[in-house]
Write a protein that binds this ligand. Structure first.
Ligand code: GLN
Length: 304
């Protein structure tokens, strides 16, 4: 299928529509981003690339990195990982505290902040230099060395990161964080700060469209069964308390970040990224969601 024309048509249509929502303000450095940026990129199974708008400009990956860190931990520990973090949707915002106490410090799923912080703690146990492992995986999957941490974003988030500190200290008190809380959070803020553009992001996520293998087919990161399960967690938990709405409107596994990025995957077919920094009240890109809804309606490429 030639996706280029459909992407361009929906892109132009949305540019004419009013854009809603706010740029993430709770991370001061993210609030400085131009709210009207809008980029799209799709990589298909033949490795063809279709793009529109600001697809070459880098933005903060934020929570989308949680899929990559989870994949690294899962690749090593397989089902053992689920002793530390669950796979159930939470129905709560990404930084929710109250459910964690109810669940004795075992986060409901790896895409809540609490769950992703536990996964960071696991990676610190598994690798002597986990930052290097994460950035190398991204560069290898994207076949592009130009992917880096953004110190200013990590420091900005750290300076206001009280909620994540509360989550991490609570889990430490319950025995589910093994390293020093400050070290785990430094690592978590660092991986959230990584900058990617739409093309890099779509290329990276091809491993979930290709059952564990990279877009260029040269590397394998997950078994078929593991890729199936990560896609399932993206479908049920990728958008926090809006996961049901995303499945209903878009019908693909996906993951959002408060940098305004969303990536969605059609297993066996393509990986598609959108970036638009204005977020709805659930913390997901308003225009990104609209784009993906129109796209799967127009192409009928959905898992349902
Ligand atoms: N770094 C962000 C935080 O911890 C990630 C949240 C997100 O992208 N939803 O709050």
């Amino acid at each position: 299928m030639d996706y280029g024309e459909t992407i361009e048509r929906i892109y132009q249509q949305l540019l004419l529509e009013k854009n809603y929502g706010q740029v993430a303000g709770y991370i001061p450095e993210l609030a400085t981003v131009d709210s009207e940026k809008f980029g799209v990129c799709l990589i298909d199974r033949r490795n063809h690339c279709y793009s529109a708008g600001d697809w070459q400009e880098q933005f903060s990956i934020q929570s989308i990195i949680k899929v990559v860190t989870l994949s690294l931990a899962y690749q090593k520990l397989d089902a053992q990982l689920w002793q530390r973090v669950g796979v159930e949707p939470s129905g709560t915002p990404f930084n929710n505290l109250s459910r964690l106490e109810h669940d004795y410090g075992i986060p409901r799923n790896p895409f809540s902040n609490a769950g992703a912080i536990v996964v960071c703690d696991v990676l610190m146990e598994l690798f002597s230099d986990p930052r290097e492992v994460v950035i190398t995986m991204l560069r290898t999957l994207a076949a592009d060395e130009d992917i880096h941490f953004t110190r200013a974003i990590a420091e900005s988030e750290k300076s206001e990161g009280y909620r994540n500190m509360a989550l991490a200290y609570f889990m430490k008190s319950m025995g589910n964080i093994k390293h020093e809380v400050e070290d785990v959070l430094d690592f978590y803020f660092d991986v959230c700060s990584i900058a990617v553009n739409c093309e890099q992001l779509a290329r990276i996520f091809m491993y979930l469209a290709k059952h564990g293998r990279s877009a260029d087919d040269r590397h394998s990161y997950l078994s078929r069964g593991q890729a199936k399960r990560i896609n399932a967690i993206m479908l049920t938990c990728g958008f926090y308390d809006e996961a049901g709405d995303f499945a209903f409107r878009v019908g693909l596994p996906g993951k959002s970040g408060v940098g305004g990025g969303i990536v969605a995957v059609m297993p066996g077919e393509f990986s598609l990224s959108v970036w638009s920094p204005r977020l709805n009240e659930k913390g997901n890109s308003y225009r990104g969601l609209r784009f993906l809804e129109h796209f799967t309606d127009a192409t009928e490429q959905t898992i349902f």
